[in-house]
Design a protein. Structure first.
Length: 160
């Protein structure tokens, strides 16, 4: 499966905001290095194997811009964070993950200044602790970043 397949295959419902009982981004928000590194602004779709989120880039230093330009690598980070949210949606004991590998990467420069990106991820293989995802970032409906990424996760340590 290629990341391009995500563009046409996701069932996105109008106003389908996700409010699960567990904070699926807690592993990111609670990390020492997190603030202001949480890229996901709003999750608009979540199922057992797909997720869609919106990320706003406002062209300032707080969103990791260089002047009025955002690095396309930030879109990969958005895919990784949304992938972790999807993992946590099904398994809230997964704390956080890293990206041990990326494949089939295509990137185009996102627009300068303010823009919104729609991030799509689909869980395509694997289980704890290593998962595989196809990701696509769209700006104005056009893909600006696509990748296959692996997430290597760890579980929260039991309170002892």
């Amino acid at each position: 499966m290629t990341a391009t397949a995500l563009k046409a295959s996701l069932p996105i419902g109008e106003g389908a905001s996700v409010s699960p009982p567990v904070d699926i981004l807690a592993g990111i928000r609670g990390a020492k290095w997190a603030p202001p590194f949480v890229m996901i602004d709003r999750i608009i779709h979540m199922s057992s194997d797909t997720a869609v989120a919106l990320v706003e880039f406002n062209g300032d230093a707080e969103r990791f811009a260089y002047g009025s330009h955002a690095s396309p690598s930030l879109l990969i980070e958005g895919m990784a964070q949304l992938s972790l949210a999807l993992i946590r949606h099904g398994d809230p004991t997964v704390e956080i993950g890293i990206i041990p590998s990326l494949r089939e990467i295509t990137m185009n420069p996102p627009p300068a200044g303010r823009f919104s990106a729609t991030i799509h991820v689909r869980w395509v293989e694997g289980a704890f602790p290593r998962y595989g995802f196809a990701g696509t970032a769209l700006v104005d409906g056009h893909p600006v970043c696509e990748a296959m990424l692996d997430i290597l996760a760890r579980r929260e340590e039991a309170a002892g």
